[in-house]
Design a protein around this ligand. Structure first.
Ligand SMILES: *Cc1c(COP(=O)(O)O)cnc(C)c1O
Length: 401
């Protein structure tokens, strides 16, 4: 008989198979065992036929990947440690020295920072294009363009582009298009069926998401996904994913698996609340402009209307307000500080409403002509009662004045 320590580690008991419960089991591993050397030598890590190493997948990560494919209408999925890591995975897999990437001027800021930092240092150039002007995109696609980023709605300023037209242009030029689908989350529109006829003619090539937002739903997990419908493209992304050592933790994956069933209900409720508050903000004299793609007159509203479900669940619970120019930046800061339910903080998609003031000047090549001049504040609506949030906004406006 071996020592007790060995007995405990190599214990023979295995619980009966067939355990079924609402939530799947959580499998944690760096090491994965093989039955024999032949199995170790022949096990395939590139597909879901088996397990080789924690970084290459466990039952827990395979489950989440498959559910995210269903959510977005894709066929393959990669999980990465954050939304930004998903953006980087796409860029590093598809771009090399001498190539160019096109990014919308209103894109998620760190996407632009990656282009200006590492990509530039490695001889990969970028151009920013006007997401609201398809001619500008068409003009900027050149012989060296290998990747076009799309984002709907744009970060912070919430312009909704004509995604179909943008995809048509990318197709005409034979350039890969990657969508940052964090806002739509797979719920507001179908990224692989932009035409809505199931043909896939105008499908994006890649849809990435920050699962950090609605899929997590708790403000407590960082994760990203990269979904495709083309096996060869997926393998290019997957090889880079493997060589960079990107992986996600089992407990974080479990958290997202647990939140996913309630996601469409949360998205719908938060959307309805955000629209109600955005409409109320429109009635307030303090604001020169309210930016929410579902609101008539907001930049790109017609494009939103053409692509998204127009009822609740057709938009993320984000909108921005531009204060009338008579308010100084310090007064707008005072408004943000006076909010009690809205917390100051980045990210969104969780239960608590958030507020961030932005300095638009430094974020854009030029002040967009469709935006009023004034200080911009972005509001992310959580799951609190709408009336309480409205009262909070009102008291903060009064405190500011
Ligand atoms: C939050 C966000 C990301 C990045 O997600 P992280 O998990 O925070 O890295 C990317 N794109 C958009 C549009 C986002 O809102």
């Amino acid at each position: 008989m071996s020592e007790l320590s060995t007995q405990l580690i190599h214990h023979p008991y295995a619980p009966p198979a067939g355990f079924a419960a609402p939530q799947p089991g959580v499998f944690k591993a760096s090491t994965v065992f093989f039955a024999n050397v032949a199995a170790l030598r022949t096990r395939e890590w590139k597909d879901k036929s088996g397990y080789t190493y924690g970084l290459h997948g466990t039952p827990t990560t395979f489950l989440l990947e498959e559910r995210l494919c269903t959510l977005e209408g894709g066929l393959q999925c990669l999980l990465v440690p954050s939304g930004l890591a998903a953006i980087a995975n796409v860029a590093l897999a598809l771009l090399k020295t001498g190539d160019e990437v096109l990014i919308p001027d209103n894109a998620y800021g760190p996407n632009k920072a990656l282009a200006e930092g590492e990509l530039m240092a490695w001889g990969i150039t970028h151009q920013y294009y006007d997401a609201m002007n398809p001619a500008d995109l068409a003009e900027k696609i050149g012989a060296r363009t290998r990747l076009v980023w799309l984002e709907a709605a744009g970060s912070v300023t919430m312009e909704f582009p004509d995604l179909r037209d943008q995809m048509r242009i990318c197709r005409q030029h034979g350039v890969l298009a990657a969508l940052d689908n964090t806002w739509g989350a797979g719920l507001a529109f179908r990224p692989f069926d932009l035409e809505g006829d199931g043909s896939g003619n105008l499908a994006v090539d890649i849809s990435m998401q920050a699962l950090t937002k609605y899929p997590s739903g708790g403000g407590d997990v960082l994760m990203g996904s990269v979904v495709t419908r083309d096996l060869a493209l997926h393998m290019r992304l997957k090889l880079t994913h493997m060589r960079l050592g990107l992986g996600v933790a089992a407990n974080d994956t479990e958290t997202v698996l647990r939140s996913l069933p309630s996601m469409s209900l949360r998205y719908r409720a938060q959307d309805a609340s955000a629209r109600e508050l955005a409409r109320w903000c429109r009635t307030r004299p303090e604001f020169a402009q309210v930016l929410h793609p579902a609101l008539q007159g907001s930049p790109g509203h017609a494009h939103w209307q053409a692509l998204c479900r127009t009822g609740a669940g057709g938009a993320a619970s984000l909108f921005s307000v531009i204060f009338d120019a008579r308010y100084e930046a310090a007064q707008v800061d005072a408004f943000c500080d006076a909010l009690r339910l809205f917390k100051l903080g980045y990210s969104w998609g969780g239960p608590i409403s958030l507020v961030v003031p932005y300095e638009l000047q430094g974020m854009r090549a030029a002040w967009p002509p469709h935006l009023a001049h004034g200080t911009l504040v972005r509001l992310a609506i959580g799951l609190e009662a709408t009336a309480d949030l409205q009262a909070d906004l009102l008291q903060a406006l009064q405190a500011m004045a």
